[in-house]
Design a protein around this ligand. Structure first.
Ligand SMILES: *[C@@H]1O[C@H](CO)[C@@H](O)[C@H](O)[C@H]1NC(C)=O
Ligand SMILES: *[C@@H]1O[C@H](CO)[C@@H](O)[C@H](O)[C@H]1NC(C)=O
Length: 396
């Protein structure tokens, strides 16, 4: 049992099921902020925060529990409302982290099928696919083209700051100031004609136009008038319906947007649309395929990606890892990120790369794909599936 700080509740969950320090920083979601809590690094060592439409969720992790609380803007909820909203926060957590999927048994399965996975599984534990909001996921991965995690993070956070009003402010855990939190902006906020010039000025480059045109396409087709019972715009609701489609049909819908090619579409399929077996292939994943799995790419890292090669690599990864191949790929992907070079080592050694390693790691690890969600809950369900909202986890 953990000592529970005031205002927090505890959800029993071992680190092998979820490692916040890995999952929230490995290029799946770019809007989590992280604050150190103490200098001796005893758990919980950090607080992680994420702004939803109506609340900021704050998390801390101990070896046995996830500690969580939600902070609301004024007027503060009454005690009765608060109980209801705490329940919503818990449901959101279970959905967002897909806690109905037993990650430990997936790790065992992947390790039994794949020696490479066996070699990393004890170091990179608890890396699971988030089940993100499809709209935010889509825009974030349009930003990801030819980009790296730290720059995508800045872009996505700037987008929220620029195009949605602050919801509330919370002091830093060390009391050194306050941080203002903005929800992710809705499609209509990015569909105005002046958006792409502004985003260019903010350093989005050619992605500025893609974001604006994608938002405009959605808003033109689906409109902006909201169902009073729904906090989301119709475009966001539409994107959620892609979860019910087949992988091929959902991919075809995503490919209609501007700035969305096969890789970006596959990231969205995996990370917010429940297509667990989709492995997004980019240059970084090709390098993993060549280095660790003896797959043929081509010379000197300059792989000429063709639709045929893309398809072959995907098929091969599914043969290796099975129907949660996309999830397994995210563990491999994370283990290969420079930022994770000493992750999970008991006595982190200074990183002394070989000549080849150095060359490879200096290449910008482009964001490609991490993980995603899951349905087809089979024997892997942990418990009480009835408790999990099947559809969206957006708390209102
Ligand atoms: C990410 O990309 C930016 C712009 O291309 C570059 O300045 C920065 O050094 C890169 N960061 C990392 C960690 O590679
Ligand atoms: C951009 O356009 C919208 C809607 O037309 C308007 O409300 C907003 O003030 C404009 N922003 C700037 C910076 O001009």
């Amino acid at each position: 049992m953990s000592i529970i700080p005031p205002g927090f509740s505890a959800l029993a969950l071992p680190t092998i099921q979820l490692s916040l320090s890995a999952v929230l920083k490995c290029g799946q979601s770019f809007r989590w902020t992280v604050y150190p809590l103490n200098t001796d690094a005893s758990p919980p060592s950090h607080e992680y925060r994420f702004c939803l439409h109506d609340r900021v969720v704050c998390l801390r992790q101990t070896p046995t529990d996830i500690l969580y609380r939600a902070v609301f803007p004024d007027p503060q909820p009454t005690p009765a409302e608060r109980a209801l909203r705490d329940t919503e926060t818990l449901l959101w957590l279970k959905d967002y982290f897909q806690l109905n999927v037993d990650l430990a048994s997936l790790y065992e399965e992947w390790a039994s099928r794949d020696k490479v996975f066996l070699g990393i599984k004890d170091r990179f534990t608890g890396i699971r696919m988030l089940r993100q909001d499809p709209w935010e996921n889509l825009i974030s991965f349009i930003c990801s083209s030819n980009n790296n995690i730290s720059r995508i993070t800045k872009m996505v956070q700037n987008l929220a700051k620029e195009y949605s009003a602050p919801l509330l402010s919370i002091p830093y855990p060390d009391g050194s100031g306050v941080k203002e939190y903005h929800p992710f902006p809705p499609p209509s906020a990015l569909a105005n004609p002046n958006v792409s010039a502004r985003l260019r000025a903010l350093g989005f480059g050619y992605r500025a136009e893609f974001i604006h045109r994608t938002a405009k396409m959605l808003v033109d087709v689906h409109g902006v008038s909201r169902d009073p019972l729904h906090p989301s715009e119709p475009s966001e609701v539409f994107l959620h319906t892609l979860r019910k489609m087949s992988t091929e049909d959902a991919r075809a819908e995503l490919l209609k947007f501007v700035g969305v090619g096969r890789k970006v579409a596959d990231c969205v399929l995996l990370m917010s649309l429940d297509k667990t077996d989709v492995v997004p292939i980019d240059t970084h994943v090709i390098q993993i395929a060549i280095r660790h799995y003896g797959m043929k790419g081509s010379v000197k890292g300059k792989t000429n990606m063709t639709p045929k090669l893309y398809e072959e690599l995907c098929t091969r990864f599914v043969q290796i890892w099975g129907d949660y191949a996309g999830w397994a790929h995210s563990v491999l992907f994370t283990s290969d990120l420079k930022a994770f070079a000493s992750y999970g080592l008991i006595n982190p050694q200074p990183f002394t790369p070989s000549q080849n390693d150095r060359k490879r790691r200096n290449e910008d690890p482009m964001i490609q794909g991490l993980p995603t969600p899951p349905p087809t809950p089979s024997a892997r369900k942990i418990s009480d599936p009835a408790e999990l909202p099947k559809k969206r986890a957006r708390v209102q």
